[in-house]
Ligand binder design. Structure first.
Ligand SMILES: [Zn+2]
Length: 255
């Protein structure tokens, strides 16, 4: 069975870690860029590891990288035959915690503008878009997607309101579930509400879970966890993940 980790920061792993990940022939990894340089590294790595797929964008929790839009937009347009999506893009949440009100307003304004630029680019290039838009920011991201008539989107590690979840489901967008579901009871319960039709699996590696560095194979642990809660088989969850990845990225991927 093909096992796809739909959201992973593969550029952060060492060469040895990447060798270990791709030694398992079942594994495919969708690598999300955080900055221009991170995207450049992913493109290089994908030449070596053909089961690594690349998304290009600017991570919304990295305000210092926001000014790089023109460079990243050119990177996307120049690599259309080598990439599968625009991402990771979205709206800031965690980075705002340490800021004063004035800074928050400024960063939110810049991030909102940047997101609409990336959404326009996704529309223009007909690429799916991978979003970081959690908690209260999801409704704003959904408004922006709807305004541009975006059909293919993934809300990675989405945890938010039931109202925004319903909008994601109605729009037939996808949600990826992170291994954190196994360690965070509230999030674990929230994942029960995500229909199979919208469900995918991610590691967001090398983000750590319970002190352990995230790796793509953790999607199998998450699949077992979800299977147990839903009273279905783990194979069914992994198969659903694979089928939904094909729906999002196209049937010619992961072959
Ligand atoms: Zn991420």
């Amino acid at each position: 069975m093909k096992k796809v980790d739909i959201h992973c920061h593969a550029d952060i792993y060492s060469d040895a870690e990447l060798e270990a990940i791709f030694r398992n022939p079942e594994y495919w990894v969708v690598g999300a860029a955080t900055t221009y340089d991170s995207g450049r590294r992913l493109l290089e790595l994908a030449q070596k590891h053909n089961r690594l797929k690349v998304c290009l964008g600017i991570h919304p929790e990295y305000p210092q990288a926001f000014s790089g839009f023109d460079k990243v937009a050119a990177q996307i347009k120049n690599n259309l035959d080598k990439i599968v999506a625009v991402g990771e893009v979205g709206l800031p949440w965690y980075c705002l915690e340490k800021m004063d009100d004035g800074q928050k307003v400024a960063i939110n304004r810049d991030a909102t503008q940047l997101l609409s630029q990336f959404i326009r680019l996704a529309k223009e290039t007909d690429l799916p878009i991978i979003l970081h838009a959690i908690e209260d920011t999801a409704s704003q991201a959904l408004d922006a997607l709807e305004k541009q008539g975006i059909k293919k989107a993934l809300f990675h590690w989405f945890e938010g309101t039931e109202k925004d979840l319903a909008r994601i489901v109605t729009s037939k967008y996808f949600i990826s579930i992170s291994p954190d579901a196994m360690f965070n009871q509230r999030y674990g319960e929230f994942t029960d509400l995500i229909p199979l039709a919208n469900l995918t699996l991610e590691s967001d590696g090398p983000w750590k879970y319970n002190g352990k560095k995230g790796v793509p194979s953790m999607i199998e642990d998450t699949a077992r966890f979800l299977a147990h809660r839903r009273n279905v088989s783990a194979e069914r969850i992994l198969q659903t993940n694979y089928q939904n990845c094909l729906k999002l990225f196209g049937k010619n991927q992961f072959v």
